[in-house]
Design a protein. Structure first.
Length: 124
């Protein structure tokens, strides 16, 4: 399923099958700072598809990527435990860049997610 299906509470989801090293990439069009992320799995309960853990990375140009490391030193974010529950994680320090990748690590059955990124555009 295409990335535009990945909106939180959408009746569809972004899906990438069951291969490792899949990611959902967002292009903000300009510099942004992400301070929070909310995730859900695929809305169809019978499919039982969601991402259980993920990492974040950012880029200024879409070519060179930086992995996010939390203030606590953690790099892996806790994802979902069911398809429709919303799991919210604080991103501290904020993740800055024009591009953001949600790099899936563990998942249930197939990689599928809906997301919302919270933050603001930054001054260039």
């Amino acid at each position: 399923m295409p990335a535009y299906n990945a909106r939180l509470n959408n009746d569809k989801a972004w899906a990438a099958g069951n291969r490792q090293n899949q990611f959902l990439q967002v292009d903000f069009g300009r510099q942004a700072a992400v301070v929070k992320i909310a995730t859900q799995g695929h809305p169809k309960w019978a499919l039982q598809q969601w991402v259980r853990s993920y990492t974040l990375s950012s880029s200024e140009d879409g070519q060179v990527w930086r992995d996010h490391v939390a203030a606590s030193g953690e790099t892996v974010f806790q994802g979902n435990t069911n398809p429709n529950g919303i799991v919210t994680n604080t991103v501290s320090p904020p993740l800055e860049g024009r591009y953001v990748r949600i790099n899936t690590k563990k998942f249930s059955n197939f990689i599928a997610m809906r997301i919302e990124l919270y933050g603001c555009f930054t001054v260039q």
